[in-house]
Structure formats: C-alpha cells, structure tokens
Design a protein around this ligand. Structure first.
Ligand code: SF4
Length: 366
C-alpha cells in the first residue's frame, strides 16, 4: 500500500509521522500551488466549491508520485462535503486512475462494523502490533497539536515582536526542517524546539497591535493557499490574529461529538444567532466571532469559498452581530478567479478602518 492524505494544513505532517511509524509508504502531497489548482479545475465540475478542486489537483499530483490509496474523511452533513468522496471517486474512476479510496466516516452514518473494516484496511498493511499502532496514533496527534499551537503562538506574537519578521521566519524555518525529516521522533523534537525558540522571541508587551479573529469554512481556515495566505499577510502588517478552526481542534471536536460535549462554549455563544445546524462549521464561525468580540478583539475576517452554503448563512447573520456588538466584520469570498491585488486592498482598507476606529475611540474617551 502506498497511501496519501489530502493536503490540509498541518494534517499532512501528522499523517507523514503516523504512516512512517506504521512502516506504510506515504506520499506527502506537494504544497498547494497554482498548478495544483489548475489540474483540479480541469477535472472538477465548474460549480463545485474551491476545496474540491484543490483536493482533486492534489490527488492527481500524489497519484503521479505513485500513491495507490487515498485516505479521506466523509460526512453526511447538509453541505456538499457529504458528496465529495463519492463524486471524487467517480471522477478518478472516469479518468482511469489506478487508485483505491478509503473514506472514514462517523459510525452513526456507516455503522461501527463498516468503520472498523475500513480502518482494518490500513491497519493490516502495517507489520506493527496493535499497541504500537496506538502509540503511533498518539504521537501523530501530539505532532498535530504541537504544530497547531506553534502556528497559534506565532500568529498572536507577530503583533508584539520587536524585530519585524521574527515569528514568520521562525515558523517557516521550522516547517522546512520538518519537511526534510522522515522520523516521527525527529519531527516531534523539531516542533518542541521551535516552541522553545518561539518563547524566546523578543516581544514588547506595551505594543497594542490590532487583533483580528479569522472565521469561516474549514478548508479555507486550515490551508493557507485556500485563504490566499491571509495569516502570513497579517503577520507582515504586524497584526495579531487568532483562528479557532485547526486540524487538532477538528479531531477533538469529532471525538467529543457523539457525547454532545464538543465545543460547548462556542455553541453557547452562537446559540442566540444560529440555533440550528446549517452544516459545515457555521455555528463555530458565529460562536468564534461572538467570543472574540467579548475578548476585545478589534474585528473579524470571514473567509469562505464561492458558493459555500453554510458560510452564506453565516454571512447573512454577521451584520446582526456587527450591529448588536459594535464589532466590525469583513467578509472575503475566494475562488479560482480571486485576484490577489483586490484581496490585499480590501484587507488593508479594513485594517485602516480599525486603526481609525481605535483613534476615534481614544479621542472620545479622552
Ligand atoms: S463547507 Fe462550504 S466549501 Fe466546504 S464543502 Fe461544504 S459547501 Fe463546500
């Protein structure tokens, strides 16, 4: 078995560590770039959302590199994601791609037995004992959490750093190093050391940088190419940012979901604005905006792919939050036609407006 997992932020890093530990050959997808998107567009229906096209492009890249099995997650939720795996499998068959797809879905949708059978397909390809496999899984999750919290730290500290660019350089170097490494223990050590180095970055806590919450569709949140590298841009502007949705958050949310104990604070914060399930991570977007307003963030930026159904519902609700809470929110819709220059102009205008708002408030309170 030569397996691959779609590129989705830090998930690939954890997947690499996991499959290396299991002694299963793993194909690391290339960083998403314009070419990945173009080859995905060529195979995908026009109207489908951007993540579908990016993933198709990424699969093609991995198939060319020898992958014969693709591991993806499914969902029977109310948005198009529920159709993704079926449609993608059909398209891969249509072009004659010699690849097997393993779809991991919630037990309530496919039944416990079926889920175990699908996990067994991967498990039997590894020569390790069950205990060793579980330890490998635990380490992969540890790596995922370390990478996500490193990002979180860097994106927040960027507003306070004394030497501009320190945080960005630190995470860029760190990920370059992890890309080169194949051994799970080594990857974990690199990430742990980077945390240490990040703690030693010179910061000035008297600075009052703008603080922005990033909310929106999950793929646009976790995959930098899909949000046109917004976090990097905000770091360049010296703005601190925070995003709730990360791969490790998603795994924890999935574990606690069957017990209805997942993301309680977020759901409570969202309830008065969106009491129903609108699919995707609509509730999380609303809840995170409300919570960040309570934590005195300056504003929020919502990002989602064109035609994303759950986030269109969120977009309709955000103006109410904006008015109720006096909390500025900018919405950015991305698709393959999105021009970077227009995108940057809108972000800069939003940041200027937030700065002006702060100054005005200062004058009023004085
Ligand atoms: S959440 Fe939005 S972008 Fe993602 S699959 Fe569903 S409709 Fe598409």
């Amino acid at each position: 078995m030569i397996i691959t997992v779609p590129r989705m932020g830090n998930i690939c890093l954890a997947a690499k560590a996991f499959f290396e530990a299991l002694h299963i050959h793993y194909v690391m997808p290339e960083k998403i770039n314009k070419q990945t998107l173009l080859s995905g567009i060529a195979l995908s229906p026009d109207e489908i959302c951007l993540p579908f096209k990016i993933l198709m492009g990424s699969y093609m890249d991995c198939i060319k590199k020898g992958a014969d099995t693709i591991l993806i997650t499914g969902s029977c939720g109310p948005c198009r994601f529920g159709e993704y795996c079926e449609l993608q499998m059909k398209m891969l068959r249509k072009i004659g791609a010699n690849v097997k797809t393993i779809v991991l879905d919630a037990p309530r949708e496919i039944g416990k037995q079926e889920l175990l059978r699908r996990i067994g397909l991967i498990s039997k390809a590894s020569p390790l004992s069950s205990k060793q496999k579980l330890l490998a899984l635990r380490q992969a999750f540890r790596i995922l959490s370390l990478a996500d919290s490193l990002d979180e730290k860097a994106h927040m500290l960027a507003g306070y750093e004394v030497n501009k660019g320190d945080c960005k350089k630190m995470i860029t170097d760190c990920y370059e190093e992890t890309e080169k490494s194949q051994k799970p223990d080594e990857i974990q050590t690199i990430l742990t050391n980077c945390h240490q180095k990040m703690n030693n970055i010179k910061t000035d806590t008297s600075k009052k940088p703008l603080r922005i919450a990033l909310i929106g569709e999950i793929y646009s949140m976790v995959e930098p190419f899909a949000n046109l590298f917004i976090e990097e841009k905000l770091m360049n502007y010296g703005v601190s940012s925070s995003r709730l949705i990360t791969p490790s958050w998603w795994v924890k949310d999935l574990i606690f979901k069957p017990f209805k104990l997942n993301s309680m604070a977020i759901k409570r914060a969202a309830h008065s604005y969106l009491p129903y399930n609108a699919g995707g991570h609509a509730k999380e977007s609303i809840g995170h905006a409300v919570l960040c307003q309570r934590k005195n963030f300056d504003g929020a930026i919502q990002i989602f792919p064109l035609g994303c159904m759950p986030e269109i519902v969120v977009k309709a609700i955000l103006p109410v939050i904006q008015q109720d809470k006096d909390f500025p929110i900018l919405t950015m819709v991305v698709d393959e036609m999105a021009g970077e220059a227009g995108y940057i102009t809108r972000i800069e205008a939003f940041l200027d407006m937030l700065e002006a708002r702060r100054r005005r408030r200062g004058v009023i309170s004085a």
